[in-house]
Design a protein. Sequence first.
Length: 84
Amino acid sequence: MSNYHQVDKHNFLYHRYQYSGKFTPSQLVFNANLQEFSQRVGYICNLQTGGKLSHTEAYQQIEALWEQIKQSFQGLENETDAIK
């Protein structure tokens, strides 16, 4: 009997960690956005290290991702302020 397990390529490449904080829909969305940000920054860094992106292109792409995650966080902060 083989110990070979079928690997789901999508889960291997785009692994998501289970959210374990206080649940609200916006916190869950922010967590998913943060995980995607982290993953995409890693890919960009690897592409730059491998010579597929210039340092300027990598910086610009990461800066654009940072702006997206900031907006996501501000939405979370606005919701938290509205609850208080």
